[in-house]
Design a protein. Structure first.
Ligand code: SF4
Length: 364
């Protein structure tokens, strides 16, 4: 199955292109105080290492806005200033050299203030994200109208006001706090404009529930071709947001997975501790940044011979275990027998051979 992407306008954020046929961009947000320059830069570097491509920072006061200037000199990642309530903070952040501004129509809506920000964005030649959240949207349209209609109406009213100022360097987000409203709001807005869409679910909760909600909502939209950049919001370290975003895109084939491990869930037929083996393999691969490998490689780790050889046939490399040992396959051909105690080491060696050469030829 092929995903047909919605045709959207291309917007440049720093060196990063969002929209059109460009790969879907992963973003996250720092959780430090932006005025704490040292720790903010440290977190930005961690996010970049994890694969984040755009980072947003909260700008709560003039100290945060001023700090952006220094932070900007210490990273190549495009910086987005997250602004609420005060248009003056948007002006100060633009002055500090950020690459994009996010405004919330729920709390910055005075025409003169919007006009001042748009004028500064035009001078700086940087884009705007119109970022609505279900928690701060005002009731525009019929009273008691559906949340998703309120989000879309409020968004499009803001968009039209900005278009009248002859500005259309715009990205849109409409985040609800549940999957169904999020999916419906993005579907609706995708039909009425061609601006690139930043996907996300807001206030998702802890890692576990947040990743599930985000995967279902973002996955549904991405399957329909909707979405140009994503942020997985989690009450957790932002590096986890980036890891989850990457996994969502990889699962849909929208991003190269590098070395991807598929493994069976195990059952009563399994004669070894497969869970520990897979965890050990993933940890060793993470330490070696195999996920960022340019040569995609699928590695199947299966608990027995029921599905093992079949899955292993589909994979570049696979192992199907029996009692105490397993059979190593490459594209369905038996390579050799391996002992359970050596299996992670052997798999890493075999992955290295293929990664280094970009080839799936078996070397013994
Ligand atoms: S591959 Fe074997 S051990 Fe794994 S779930 Fe299937 S039947 Fe069970």
């Amino acid at each position: 199955m092929e995903i047909k992407r919605r045709a959207s306008k291309v917007i440049k954020i720093g060196d990063c292109l969002v929209g059109g046929k460009n790969p879907i961009v992963i973003q996250s947000m720092t959780k430090t105080k932006t005025s704490d320059i040292e720790n903010t830069i440290k977190q930005i570097n961690q996010l970049e290492q994890a694969g984040c491509q755009i980072v947003r920072l909260a700008v709560k006061d003039q100290f945060d806005a001023a700090a952006l200037k220094k932070i900007k000199t210490k990273t190549k990642l495009p910086l987005v200033a997250d602004i609420h309530f005060s248009f003056r903070l948007a002006l100060a952040a633009i002055e500090s050299g950020v690459d994009k501004i996010r405004l919330n129509p729920g709390n910055i809506d005075k025409p003169q203030e919007i006009k001042a920000v748009i004028s500064a964005l035009k001078s700086a030649k940087i884009p705007l994200r119109i970022g609505l959240n279900s928690g701060s949207v005002k009731d525009i349209g019929p009273r008691k109208s559906q949340m998703t209609d309120r989000l879309v109406n409020a968004c499009m009213q803001y968009v039209r006001m900005i278009e009248k100022l002859k500005f259309n360097d715009i990205v849109i987000s409409l985040k609800a706090n549940n999957v169904l409203d999020t999916v419906e709001a993005y579907r609706k807005v995708s039909r009425v404009c061609s601006y690139p869409l930043h996907l996300g679910v807001t206030a998702t909760g802890s890692s576990y529930s947040g990743i599930i909600k985000s995967s279902v909502a973002l996955g549904s939209l991405l399957l329909e071709g909707i979405g140009d950049t994503i942020r997985v919001s989690l009450t957790d370290n932002p590096v986890e947001e980036v890891r989850a975003a990457k996994a969502i895109l990889e699962s849909l084939g929208l991003r190269s997975a590098g070395v991807q491990v598929i493994s069976c869930p195990t059952c009563g037929r399994c004669e070894l501790d497969l869970i520990s083996i897979v965890k050990d393999l993933e940890t060793k691969m993470a330490a070696n940044k195999y996920k960022q490998s340019v040569n995609p490689l699928k590695v199947a780790v299966m608990g027995c011979v029921v599905n093992g050889p079949g899955e292993a046939k589909e994979a570049d490399l696979g192992v199907a275990f029996g009692k105490g040992s397993g059979i190593l396959f490459s594209h369905g051909k038996i390579v050799k027998k391996i002992l359970v105690k050596n299996c992670v080491k052997t798999l890493i060696q075999q992955i290295n051979l293929r990664r280094g050469h970009g080839s799936s030829d078996v070397k013994r």
